[in-house]
Design a protein around this ligand. Structure first.
Ligand code: ASP
Length: 343
């Protein structure tokens, strides 16, 4: 072989190595809640505000991945942007319990190790997703609740905030309307359970979540919420329950859910989707569609999920009118959407 040919060959090899690494897929998907979201009920200004915030969260998470950060870092970064916004029912925009407080739930799962962390019913934590991660990484436990979770936060140097920090006029109005409806139903001697079930989906919308795939091929999922408007104090939804609202395993998929939590717990939604991928070899799109649009819909459960796998495939099905959502990957440009098909 001629000398020049040999050096050419070497050069090609050297230059293709970093390229190979850069070709590894990265991906992220986020949601900001599912429910009765209709274009005709939303002003253009409000729609723009939602789209901009979703885009900001997506970019923040994707930026972390581009720089070589872990999927866990990307999930926390994206979820934290949405927790800090009063538009979503997590952190700042958290809904009210029946008695007028805020109780927040969150969880996170690492698809590489299947380690997980969760907090439930916390009242004084500004970023529940960050505390969930602390529980995962700095304690031998998976889930901490209420005052115990807050004491743990303090012991780890995380400051506590006043529950009033989460107050907002819009959510307060929602609580008043929900209370009126529930009280009226009770006066008519109707079943309280039926009345709660019938509360319009608008009263419990806005949970946030993210799933991500990093350059190392690891996936992760995280979810954060204020729960459901007018929930009984102490009620815990699906968002902090691993397997129900959040799940991640590199071998199958990462899921973050939003919707009527009681159903997501009973149907083990996030884990069921990944089990279908793992045991039945289904695509994430098919597995997620089956669980959301068949199993859950038939049972009367409303909501949606964001799902991705280690190859960067993304699915975001929901059985409600809309779901605040967004996705971006090395194969697909950033997309943000709110409504259903006929957007
Ligand atoms: N899943 C949440 C809960 O039940 C609410 C939601 O996602 O809208 O607490």
């Amino acid at each position: 072989m001629k000398r020049t040919t040999l050096s050419l060959l070497l050069l090609t090899l050297v230059f293709s190595l970093p390229l190979r690494a850069a070709e590894r897929p990265i991906a992220i998907a986020i949601h900001g809640g599912a429910g009765t979201i209709e274009k005709r009920r939303m002003t253009p200004e409000r729609e723009k505000a939602y789209r901009d915030k979703l885009r900001e969260a997506l970019d923040r998470g994707y930026g972390v991945l581009e720089e070589g950060g872990s999927s866990l870092d990307a999930v926390v970064a994206a979820v934290n942007v949405l927790e800090d916004s009063p538009l979503f029912n997590a952190g700042r925009g958290a809904v009210y319990t029946y008695d007028g407080h805020h109780e927040l739930d969150a969880s996170i799962m690492d698809g590489r190790t299947r380690q997980a962390g969760a907090v439930a019913g916390v009242k004084r934590i500004e970023s529940p997703i960050k505390l969930a991660r602390m529980v995962m990484e700095n304690s031998p436990f998976v889930m901490l609740s209420g005052e115990g979770a807050e004491a743990f936060a303090r012991s780890r140097g995380m400051g506590l905030v006043d529950n009033k920090l989460f107050d907002s006029e819009q959510r307060y109005q929602q609580l008043q309307r929900a209370r009126e409806k529930l009280e009226k139903e009770q006066k008519q001697d109707r079943d309280y359970r039926a009345a709660v079930e019938e509360l319009p989906q608008a009263y419990r919308m806005g949970t946030v979540g993210a799933v991500a795939l990093d350059k190392q091929g690891n996936i992760a999922a995280g979810t954060s919420t204020g729960g459901m408007t007018a929930k009984r104090y102490g009620r815990i939804g699906d968002s902090p329950v691993i397997g129900a609202g959040t799940f991640a395993d590199n071998r199958s998929c990462a899921v973050s859910a939003t919707g009527h939590g009681e159903y997501f717990i009973r149907y083990n939604v996030a884990a069921d989707i990944c089990a279908r991928v793992f045991y039945q070899g289904k695509t994430v799109a098919r597995a997620a569609d089956e669980v959301i649009n068949k199993v859950l819909a038939r049972a009367g459960g409303t909501g949606g999920v964001i799902v991705l796998n280690a190859a960067g495939d993304i699915a975001m099905p929901f059985n409600t009118k809309g779901m605040y959502r967004g996705s971006r990957s090395s194969r697909q440009p950033a997309e943000v959407a709110i409504f259903g098909d006929k957007e």
